[in-house]
Structures are given as C-alpha cells and as structure tokens.
Design a protein around this ligand. Sequence first.
Ligand SMILES: Cc1cc2nc3c(=O)[nH]c(=O)nc-3n(C[C@H](O)[C@H](O)[C@H](O)COP(=O)(O)OP(=O)(O)OC[C@H]3O[C@@H](n4cnc5c(N)ncnc54)[C@H](O)[C@@H]3O)c2cc1C
Length: 459
Amino acid sequence: MNLLRHTVPAQLPEERIKNFDEVSLGFTPELALAESERCLNCKNAPCMTGCPVGVHIPEFISHVRTGDLDGAAEVLLRDNNLPAVCGRVCPQGNQCEKLCVRREKLGGSVAIGALERYVADHAKAKGITVSKKEKTEAKVAVVGTGPASLSCAADLAKAGVGVVMFEALHKPGGVLVYGIPEFRLPKSVVAEEIAKLTDMGVEIRTNIVVGKTVFLDELLAEYDAVFVGTGAGLPSFLHIKGENLSGVASANEFLTRVNLMKAYKKDAVTPVQRGRNVVVVGAGNVAMDAARTARRLGAEVTLVYRRSRAEMPARAEEIEHAEEEGIRFELLTNPVEILGENGSVTGMRCIRMELGAPDASGRRRPIPVEGSEFAISCDEVIVALGTTPNPIIKRSFPALETTPKGTIAADEEGRTSVARLYTGGDAMTGAATVILAMGAGKRSAHAMIEELKKAGKIR
Ligand SMILES: Cc1cc2nc3c(=O)[nH]c(=O)nc-3n(C[C@H](O)[C@H](O)[C@H](O)COP(=O)(O)OP(=O)(O)OC[C@H]3O[C@@H](n4cnc5c(N)ncnc54)[C@H](O)[C@@H]3O)c2cc1C
C-alpha cells in the first residue's frame, strides 16, 4: 500500500490560464482505488466529526475499496445533498481531512474530498438518486437557492413536503453559480445537482426578490413554514481614498459578471473591464477566484494581503493553484490609497505590515511599519474583503430580529424571532462555507419536519 497521499491530476498551469475549464481533473479509477486503500477505516471515525453534514466517510470509502461504487454513492447521498459540489469546493483541509489520523505521520490525510468527487461523479453518470417519501399536504417556501436552501429543500422534499423556492436572480444556485468560477466548479455540475431537486418535485421560481416583489408575511400566510437562505451578498470595501475611481470593482460584481453573464466571452452583453495589471485585495477563496479569473482574462495579477501566508483563509489548493498560475503575492501589505488619473485607476499606494499580538479573531494583528509605503502600478483593483447579508429582508420585515452584524438572529436549528420562519447559511452566520450552509439548511429542514409532524401535516 502506498503510504503517501495520491495527487489529483490537474490541467497544467500554462494551459489552464488560457481557458475556463475545470483545473482539477479528478481521480482516475486506479488512483481512486489506490487512495481508498489508504483509509484505515478507524472505528471512531474522527474524520466524520469534522463534517458538518455527518457524511459516513469510512463507510463510503470502504465501498470504493471493494469496487462497489453504487454502494459508495448510496452512503454519500444519504447525508450529502450536493456531493459533486462539496467534493470540489469544501475546505476539507480544515474539516474532515484535518482530523484524519494519517495527516501528521502517515503520508498525509486520505484525500477524502477527491474521493467524494469521484463517487459523486459516478452517481451522476449512473443517475443514482435518493428515495423520497410519498407527497404530503405540507408545503414550505424556501427563499434563495444557494447551498443552504438547496440542502434544506432536498431534505424537505425527501420527507414528502411540497417545496417552492424563490430566487432573486435568473439562475438558481447562489454563490455556486455566480461566485465560484467555472474552472473550480463547472456550472453543469451545479445544474445537475439542481435537476435532482426539480426531479423530486421541487418548484423553483426565479427573478423574484423576496422583500420587493413578494413579502415574507405573504409567504407565511400561504405556506406552513418559510426558510430564508438569502446568503451574504453585500460586499465590504476598503474605505480609502480613490475607491470610487473607474477600474475599482468588488470581487462579487466582477465574478458575477464573468460567471453568470459570461462576460469573458467577446460578444458579452455586460463585459467586464479587462485590466492589464490587476491588484486583488484579500486572501480568501473569493480573492483567489477573482485573481485567477483576472489572470485568465489576460492580466498580470498581484494579490495584496495584510497578514502572512499562514493566515490566508483560502483553501490550500486554491493558494497553490494561484501561485502556479503566476499570481504574485504581496503579503504583509495593506492598501493606503488607490491612485488615479482622469478618473481611472493608475496604481495603489501600500504600506508594509508586521504581525503583533493576536486580536479578537485569534490571528496576529497586522501593524503598519512606519515609513514603508510604496506604490504598485495597476489599471484595475478588485476588492475581496468579505461580505455581509443584504438588508432587504430585514428592512421589508422588521419583526425579524437581526444581530448587530446584520445577520438574522436564530437558534441552532435556525428558528428566528418569527414563528414558522427559519434561516441558515451565510444569512445567519455571515460569509462562511458551502458545507456549513448545507448543514444549517439540513438542521432547519429537520426542525420543520418535526413541527409539521406535530401539526399532523406529515406522518
Ligand atoms: C467567490 C466565492 C468563492 C467561494 N469559494 C468557496 C469554497 O471554495 N468553498 C466553500 O466552502 N465556500 C466558498 N465560498 C463561500 C460559500 O459559497 C458560501 O458560504 C455559501 O454559498 C453560502 O450559502 P448560502 O446558501 O447561505 O448563500 P448563497 O450561496 O449566497 O445563496 C443565497 C441566494 O439567495 C438569493 N437571494 C438573496 N436575497 C434574496 C431575496 N431577497 N429574494 C430571493 N432570493 C434572494 C441570492 O441570489 C442567492 O442565490 C465562496 C464564496 C464566494 C463568493
């Protein structure tokens, strides 16, 4: 048995920067089998405790090992409603794989994410789906179609609940379609996961902004319960001089235009500016996605981050891929001013930082180094500093309690201050991860199912 973790094949950096095709090619059957043989099938399964949706990891991997991919798919689909998505974008390095006993001394954690993707793609190819109970008279409205809402809708539909989803944009999927680029998460993968839902009878109504065209009190009057999974789509900015210059964009706007409106195509209706020298501010997944997208649009890209590499919040694989693609990292650096001429960006004045004592987040606080200012020449700046929930929901429905951060206040199972109204995902936690959003959607679905049982709407 190979002690070392197997590497997932990927497109070569010099080729992939010229296209938007998926970078990671996934395991071959031989690699998947070899990697599955590295799993020690631990009795206490520490990896499982790191999975917010409780996937039975050793169990599905043991099916891969015996060549029973249908069995592996059934185990996976029992707990995870979007495995082809999670296998591609979950931060496994901080979750299941972090707890794998092989991590430190036994050749590296088992590549759980890559195996999940392998099995999920097999399930898709073979059309393996989960069974669903008979339709009941219960009906639930789900607002938003991101991973929190999709996961909630799937578990409700499996229990026989009638589900109608309301989405503000013209395509369902939330950040999975408008944020995460095609080269990390092909939109066909998301579309297939969503098709599984509609096949289960879930109705999706797009182009409906709840709080503007339909209101929560109307939904509460029509449905037995409502789940709000509206995410955190409002971008934060630097609030420095020059931020209003032409050529400055939020990563959200930039990525949405490229992903959803296909702005990278020559005949795009809403083209994005194609900077030649682009500076991206931030170091999370969003920053990596913006930087790598700008690179594919032909730019030289510099990423500016005020802390060091150890604190970069993006998935390790995305950081490595960005570096391989020629993204330059200016670490321990903070923007001070965006420079411009005739209303357009010409550069960015920055200052070097050093790390002091840990702050409230537990990470070492960056402190400016006096006299260390310098300028970077650029014609476009993309700001990826995080997002907060859009206030439309709160403003249109004041009875709903929110926290000082603007997130919807709720308990562990997503119960809000309003009876029969649940929430979960980024709308409740602030910007987080796909799998945490899915876990929240699942918990709310189960709480709603219990309530619906008590009310005699389902058995
Ligand atoms: C560029 C980018 C890259 C990321 N990369 C990763 C990654 O690699 N791994 C990872 O785990 N996480 C990643 N994340 C974070 C992850 O995508 C989010 O945490 C997750 O999508 C949150 O899910 P959600 O369902 O709560 O919200 P969202 O995915 O934001 O979905 C909310 C949906 O609600 C809709 N909506 C909003 N308001 C209304 C309204 N009033 N009426 C109707 N519909 C409404 C929105 O249009 C949207 O479709 C990334 C995020 C971004 C932006």
